[in-house]
Design a protein around this ligand. Structure first.
Ligand SMILES: *[C@@H]1O[C@H](CO)[C@@H](O)[C@H](O)[C@H]1NC(C)=O
Ligand SMILES: *[C@@H]1O[C@H](CO)[C@@H](O)[C@H](O)[C@H]1NC(C)=O
Ligand SMILES: *[C@@H]1O[C@H](CO)[C@@H](O)[C@H](O)[C@H]1NC(C)=O
Ligand SMILES: *[C@@H]1O[C@H](CO)[C@@H](O)[C@H](O)[C@H]1NC(C)=O
Ligand SMILES: *[C@@H]1O[C@H](CO)[C@@H](O)[C@H](O)[C@H]1NC(C)=O
Ligand SMILES: *[C@@H]1O[C@H](CO)[C@@H](O)[C@H](O)[C@H]1NC(C)=O
Ligand SMILES: *[C@@H]1O[C@H](CO)[C@@H](O)[C@H](O)[C@H]1NC(C)=O
Ligand SMILES: *[C@@H]1O[C@H](CO)[C@@H](O)[C@H](O)[C@H]1NC(C)=O
Ligand SMILES: *[C@@H]1O[C@H](CO)[C@@H](O)[C@H](O)[C@H]1NC(C)=O
Length: 397
């Protein structure tokens, strides 16, 4: 009995000693790793191809005191293996030049952010060897890349986050490259030219993890109609932006209100909503932000909008809404009244009881009109909206 206990006590000692040893040596292991010479050379070759007008990469160099590339600005290495796993070349001051093929030697990258720089309509390196297959996050937003990228993307099956907005890629139209990216949660293709908008919207059926889909300024044409097949489950989408596409939206209201139980932010600005009742949009009661500016709305704003109990931002600016303002406010009361913080109505033809042609409530109008409006407004409105309009006033008047 006693012996057994001593034995187990010995085990405990051994265990504790080993643990102490591990805890003790871990930092030195980490330190010893520093960076891997081959990867450091690849990074230096990348730097050679970049034009660093503002010295943002001054910590990258061949000098002795810059030996450890894991300490360079924008670089992160794995603590366990020492491999470079993250590159974030995005600073207030942009880089120029191009991205060297040496990037492909960094085969352990999981995170790559090259956004906001000017790569002068050059190509992103063509990866024929699956070098970047571990990437989970790829951000090339606003980087002036051009050329082909879809065959590279098609193989990045671990991608969770993909932002290609504001570039000049020419081979994204066809949807096929996207279908293998089943882990995708964030997708922004804004400003790339795509075709067949219906196909693109229906990717929400095929990408089960997708939470954000942004296809702003992707389609050109005059009043493109949409035909979508019914969706019979709730996707995980929380944010949808299809603004600036000139799409005819009313036909997809049923689809939109079915698309997700969780949708929080919907941007339909600069599309065609004319001639519709908008009532079904009001059924999307999880919405927190709704952007409907420049969308050919003439009114009315249906009562169902008052049912959106989490709505805190509603943008109806630059439409031709010509209903009486008090009635509009009346329709927004209900649940929405309590949550709404910002309401934009500038650029409309709202009327009220006393002025048949009450001017827009925006900064471009003269002080007298505005004073008249506010006098009326504070007399007529409940506290909830007063608070809301204060904010509105502060922001836009
Ligand atoms: C690596 O270790 C550093 C400090 O020891 C820590 O700040 C960092 O979060 C760790 N990184 C990872 C990816 O575990
Ligand atoms: C994609 O991956 C497959 C399998 O790993 C490989 O055979 C193919 O060449 C890759 N294609 C590209 C364009 O990287
Ligand atoms: C592709 O990768 C293999 C090892 O993974 C390597 O031996 C080969 O040189 C690579 N080819 C190219 C063109 O990079
Ligand atoms: C909406 O969902 C219902 C039930 O889940 C389904 O029957 C209907 O076809 C869907 N409509 C659209 C337009 O997706
Ligand atoms: C809708 O449900 C049916 C049967 O459950 C299924 O066959 C079909 O693929 C589903 N459609 C979508 C768009 O998920
Ligand atoms: C308004 O939307 C139309 C398309 O419906 C677009 O052509 C126009 O540029 C937009 N105007 C503004 C100011 O955004
Ligand atoms: C208020 O909502 C009702 C019912 O949805 C509608 O008939 C009416 O025109 C709306 N009023 C305004 C000013 O939009
Ligand atoms: C608001 O929601 C309730 C409960 O879902 C519903 O009964 C009512 O018809 C809705 N009101 C409007 C105007 O859509
Ligand atoms: C708004 O109405 C005015 C006058 O009816 C018209 O000239 C103008 O084109 C309309 N604007 C929009 C965006 O529909």
């Amino acid at each position: 009995m006693v012996i057994a206990r001593t034995r187990s006590l010995q085990y405990v000692y051994v265990l504790v000693t080993v643990l102490l040893f591990l805890v003790h040596i871990k930092p030195s292991l980490h330190f010893k790793h520093g960076c891997i010479e081959r990867e450091k050379k690849a990074l230096l070759r990348m730097k050679d191809d970049l034009i660093d007008d503002y010295g943002v990469l001054s910590s990258w160099g061949r000098e002795e005191d810059k030996r450890d590339c894991c300490k360079w600005r924008g670089i992160a290495c794995s603590n366990r293996t020492g491999h470079v796993i993250e590159i974030a070349l995005t600073y207030e001051k942009p880089l120029r030049g191009k991205i060297s093929n040496s990037l492909l030697e960094l085969r352990h990258l999981t995170y790559l952010d090259l956004s906001g720089n000017d790569y002068g309509v050059t190509q992103f390196p063509a990866d024929n060897n699956g070098s970047l297959s571990k990437l989970r996050h790829l951000d090339l937003h606003n980087a002036n890349f051009a050329g082909a990228v879809s065959s590279l993307l098609a193989n990045l099956s671990s991608l969770v986050y993909l932002d290609l907005s504001k570039n000049h890629f020419h081979d994204l139209e066809n949807i096929d490259w996207l279908l293998g990216l089943s882990s995708l949660s964030y997708l922004d293709l804004g400003g790339n030219s795509l075709v067949r908008p219906s196909d693109w919207l229906q990717i929400v059926n095929k990408l089960p993890q997708l939470e954000t889909l942004s296809l702003s300024s992707c389609f050109s044409g005059d009043g493109i109609p949409l035909t979508l097949s019914p969706i019979n489950y709730s996707s995980s989408l929380t944010t949808l932006d299809i603004s600036y596409n000139n799409l005819v939206i009313p036909s997809i209201y049923p689809w939109l209100s079915n698309i997700s139980r969780y949708i929080e932010k919907l941007t339909l600005s600069s599309n065609l909503l004319q001639g519709s009742t908008l009532a079904e949009i009001g059924n999307m009661i999880s919405l927190q932000e709704l952007y409907l500016s420049n969308a050919t709305i003439v009114g009315p704003i249906p009562k169902s909008f008052g049912n959106m109990s989490d709505l805190h931002f509603l943008d109806l600016s630059d439409n031709n809404i010509s209903v009486p303002l008090p009635d509009l406010i009346q329709n927004l009361s209900g649940y929405t009244e309590k949550s709404l913080v910002t309401l934009r109505l500038d650029g409309n033809q709202l009327t009220d009881d006393t002025h048949v042609s009450q001017p827009n409530i925006d900064g471009r109008y003269n002080q007298e009109d505005k004073d008249e409006f506010w006098k009326w407004f504070y007399a007529g409105m409940g506290l909830g909206f007063t608070v809301g309009f204060w904010e509105y006033r502060a922001l836009y008047c």
